[in-house]
Design a protein around this ligand. Structure first.
Ligand SMILES: *Cc1c(COP(=O)(O)O)cnc(C)c1O
Length: 373
């Protein structure tokens, strides 16, 4: 049998090795090393923000963002239900309540038409999550936030290099966050970044990242923080990856277009949109949704593909179906039919930067056989 094709393999074709060697030769391996600041500055500039705060992962970036905005007991934060648990962790831990919104069937992003009806006197913020490669329709969100005086947290973990109506994703939130996990377009292995134009928020995030040590009385604490620091080794990778950003995004778009070309005649599949009115897909992952004619679900499809040597991952399980959140009584009985369907019918196929054209053809072949068998 052919070799197994994993769902993602990262690619390091730039200065990664050189920068890592520099870390080792100079002894700068901790978060105090010089690459961390350089990466923060260059990354923030790349999304047009004033401040960047590098952290240990994308979840940590969200945790710090929620805490820095002072979200706590009694507050409500509007969040898409179709997302990763990282988005609600700190909202819940802080004593605030996540208020969930269903997705659009075509972009898989939060349905912004449903936002206004979710706003109450307790709503403090909207947490926007751009899903799988296409940005959320931001203009209605910005307008609502302005009108109701709400903060915006923008989870741009899957959106490196993407724009909405010509403006960088990561530039829309009071605070915006990124992840550099190894399956993201830019990776540091594990890593994350908070970006903002608000100096006070940036300072708070820096403090929260570093246990809220105080400059004068180091071991005296006025607030509880975390250790969320990024190491110089991670920042070395990030800096080298950032230099390749344009190439990486162009390659991802070519890969997405190839998959669409290979799969568009295959019945039974909803493919990712190549474009919306305001963006061109960057295909963080290439997702497939089984249409209603197919008489099995994503779990069965993934099983069949695994047997054919093809790695896959399921789509997100919506937040309102999370046992941990249900047990806490945090989910109302609203229906979220689109997200429920995406979870049961959706999965993604190998999409990493190391994937060859030949491997993509093998994947597409296996998908076609899986559907018709
Ligand atoms: C990957 C991801 C995260 C979490 O990032 P980690 O670095 O894995 O903690 C958060 N939000 C979204 C939308 C993601 O895709």
């Amino acid at each position: 049998m052919n070799d197994f094709i994993p769902v993602n393999e990262p690619l390091f074709e730039g200065n990664e090795k050189q920068y890592l060697i520099e870390c080792i030769e100079t002894g700068w391996v901790s978060s105090e090393g010089p690459f961390v600041k350089q990466f923060e500055e260059k990354f923030a500039r790349s999304v047009g923000r004033k401040f960047g705060v590098a952290v240990s992962n994308g979840t940590a970036a969200l945790d710090a963002a929620v805490e820095a905005l002072g979200i706590g007991p009694g507050d409500e934060v509007i969040v898409p239900t179709f997302t990763i648990i990282s988005c609600v962790n700190q909202i819940v831990r802080s004593g605030a309540t996540p208020v969930l919104v269903d997705s659009e069937a075509d972009t898989w992003n939060m349905d912004v038409q449903q936002l206004e009806q979710k706003i109450t006197a307790r709503t403090k913020a909207i947490l926007v999550v751009h899903i799988y490669g296409l940005p959320v329709d931001m203009n209605p969100v910005l307008e609502l936030a302005e009108r109701h005086n709400l903060k915006i947290i923008e989870d741009a973990a899957e959106m490196h290099g993407q724009t909405y109506a010509g403006e960088q994703c990561g530039s829309f939130g009071d605070i915006s966050t990124f992840s550099f996990y190894s399956n993201k377009h830019i990776t540091t292995g594990e890593g994350g970044m908070i970006v903002t134009d608000d100096e006070q928020l940036a300072d708070q995030c820096r403090s929260l990242r570093n246990l809220c040590f105080q400059p004068e009385k180091r071991f005296v604490h006025e607030r509880l923080g975390w250790n969320l620091r990024m190491t110089n080794l991670q920042a070395a990778l990030g800096l080298a990856q950032l230099e390749k950003m344009d190439e990486i995004i162009a390659k991802k778009r070519r890969m997405g277009a190839s998959y669409t070309q290979l799969l568009k005649e295959t019945g039974g599949l909803q493919l990712p949109l190549q474009n919306t009115a305001y963006a061109e897909n960057i295909y963080w992952v290439y997702g497939l949704v089984l249409t209603d004619e197919v008489d099995f679900d994503a779990e069965e499809a993934m099983k069949r593909l695994a047997a054919a040597g093809i790695g896959t991952r399921p789509f997100f399980c919506p937040m309102h179906e999370q046992p941990v959140l249900r047990r806490m009584g945090l989910c109302d009985d609203s229906d979220y039919p689109v997200s429920e369907r995406l979870y049961r019918r959706g999965f993604y196929i190998p999409s990493g930067l190391r994937l060859s054209g030949e491997q993509m053809e093998r994947v597409a072949d296996a998908v076609q056989k899986m559907i018709s068998s």
